[in-house]
Design a protein around this ligand. Sequence first.
Ligand code: ADP
Ligand code: MG
Length: 682
Amino acid sequence: MHKFLISSILVLYMIEVKNLKMVFEVNKRKIPVMNNLSFYLPEKGIYFIEGKSGSGKSTLLNLIEGLYKPTKGYIKINNKRIDSMTYEEKTLFYKNEIGILFQSFNLFNDLTLKENLSIASLIKEDIDENIVKRYLAKFRLSDKLDQKVYSLSGGEKQRLGLIRALINNPKIILADEPTGALDNDSSIVLMEELKKISENSLVLVVTHNEELVNKYADGSIIFLEEGYLLNNVLKDNPNENLNIIKNKKKVKERIKFYFPLLLRNLFKNIKRNVFMGLSVIFSLLITIFSFSFYININNTSKNLIYSYPNYNIYEVYRSFKTSINDSSLAIEKKEKIDNMELMTFLKENDFNNYIIKDNFDYFFKNNVINIDGNTYENIVFEPSFELMDNEIIVNEAFISSYIKEYKEGITINFKSENEYSAYSKVINDEIKETFNFDINFLIKEVSKEFNFLSTPKIYYSYSFFENYLSLTLASNFSSLENNKTTYLDLLRKAENNDPLTSYSSYLFIEKYDFSRFNLFIDNEENIDDYRFYNDSRTIISSFKDIINTLFIALIIFIIIISLTSFFIIFSLTFYSYLSSKKERAILFLLGSNKKSIDLIYVLEPLIIYLISFIGGIILFNLIKNPILNKINSLLTLNLTINPSIFFFLIIFIIYFLIILFSALIPLLVSKNIDIASELKEE
Ligand code: ADP
Ligand code: MG
C-alpha cells in the first residue's frame, strides 16, 4: 500500500479513460463501438489492448491520439483532457510526448529509410542519434538506410515504423498490432525492446495475440462482447483528487522546412512539374512579346503615318508657295490641275496606266444626311472604287451610331448645301449662289471592319458621283447664267477660294507601276510645281484601328493564356494537395504543425515558377531576334524589343503573386482532413 502510494504520487505521465462511449454515425446510422469504458494506466509499464477484430481497439488508440471526439466521457493524458487541447498543445503533444506505430505503418514509401527518419527528426526535438543507430542495428536495418521504403518487406517496414515512433524517447508509445507483419524471431526482438522501453515509458500495445499478452504484459484491457475485462489495470485514477503539476511548456511552434519532402515532390511529379513550368514559360513569353510589340508598334505606327507609302492613290495638285518673309515657312496654295494637262504630263513621263478622278473631299464637306427623319452631320465619307449605283456601304460604327434597328434596304438621304461665290465674277456682282442637291442612297451592305475606335463611315462610289454631278443641272445657277450647267461643270469652273471647289484630283496608278511612280515623284526635279500627295489617311486610320483592335485582342489573349496556365497550376497544386492528404496526416501525427506542412505545397509551385521564369527569360533572349527578324521582314517594319529590367520585375511580381495565390487557394479552401480515416489500414 505504501509502495503504491509513493509510485502514484510520482506519476507524471499517464492515461486516464473515464466512462468512454464512442458511437460512430455513418449515413445517419449509429455504430456503437465503445460504451462506458474506464481505466487508468500509470507512467510506466507495458499494457495490452486485446480483442477480436472490429471490437474497437484501433478506435481506442485513435481516441487516445485525439483523432476522434468521444461521444461521452473523456480521456486525460497527464491530467489534461485530450478533447480540450488547443491546436498548439496537440502539436506539441504529438511532437514531444507520444510515439505512434501505426497498424499500416504510414511511412513515406517513396523515400528512403534514412529520409523517413530524417523527416521525423526534423519535426521532433531532442533526438538521440545514438539511440537511433542502436535501434537500426538491433532491428537489422543499418545496411538498408538508402533503400526506398516500398522495397522493404512488411516486417522491415514495421520495424522502421517503430524506430520512427521511438526516435525521441517519448513518454507514451502507442503500437497498433506491432508484430502483425513479423516472424516469430523478429516479434520477440521487438517485444523485448518494447518491454525494455516500458521500464521508463508507458507502452500501450494493441494485439489479438494472447501469447504476447501472457508473456509481456504488465496489465491488459480485453474487449469482450459483453464488456471489458481489466487485468492488473486500475479502473479509477487513484490520484483523482491530486492536482498534478503540469508541464506548462508552451513553445511557439516554429515553421520547419522539410527539404527531403520538397525535393521528393519536385521530382516525384516531374512530368507534371515540367508541364507546369512550360505553361508558365509559355504565358510569360506571350506576355513579354505582346507588350513589347504593342509599345513598339504603337511608336512605329506614329512614324508610319507620315512615311509609309500605302496605296496607289495620289492626290495631285499644283502648288504655289509663298514664303513668309525670310523664314523657312511658306504658305502653300493648291490648285487643281487641268485633267488634260495632267494626262499629257503623265504620258510624257511614260505612265500609261493611270486613272484621274476628281477629288470630292472638299465638295462633301458641308453635307448632312437624313435617316428616318433625323439629320446627322460630319459623317466621314470614304471613296470606294468599285462601281455602284446609288448604293453605299456603311461600317458597323455607322449602324450602331445612327440606325437603331437595321434592316436591309434602309434609305439614306444625302443633302449637300453649297455656296458658289465665283459666280460674282461672271456677272461682276456680289451675288453668292447657294444650291442644294439631294440624293437617296440605299445601304447596300454593312462592312465588317475593325470596329474599335473607328468612326461612322459611308463608302460611296466616285464614279457614281461623277456621273451624277455631270448629269444633274445646278438649276439656280444655270437660270442666272442662262445655259445648262451641271454641278460637275461648276466644280470644274470653281476657283481655288470658292467654298465649292475640288482643289485636286485623285490619281490612281496601277499597282505594278506604283513603286516606279514613287521613285519618280521622290525625284523632285521631274515634277515642276506638281504635288503628288500619297493620301495615307484611309490606310493609316485602318492601320491604327487594327493595332488597337489587335492590342485588345492581345490583352484578351494574354488573359486567356495566363488564366489557362494559372488554372493549370492551380488545379495541379490542388490535385497534389488533395492527393497528399495521407502524407499530411502522417506529418501531423509526427508533430509537425500545419504551417510547415503547407509550406511544402506552396513552395513547390513557387520553385517551379522561379525556375521557369529564369528559363523563360533565357528563352526569350534566344528567340527574340529570330522572331523579330521574321516579323520585320514579313511586315516590312522595323521593330525592336528591349524590355527594361523594370518591366521584367513587374511581370515577375505579378506572376509571383498570382502563382502564390493559386497555390494558396487549395490550402485555404481545403477543410481539416480526417486524419484517422486517412491513416486507416488499406
Ligand atoms: P479493431 O478492434 O479491429 O481495431 P476498429 O477500432 O478499427 O476495430 O473498428 C471498430 C468498429 O468501429 C468497426 O466496426 C468499424 O467499422 C467502426 N469504425 C471504426 N472507425 C470508424 C469510423 N471512422 N467511422 C465509422 N465507423 C468506424
Ligand atoms: Mg485495428
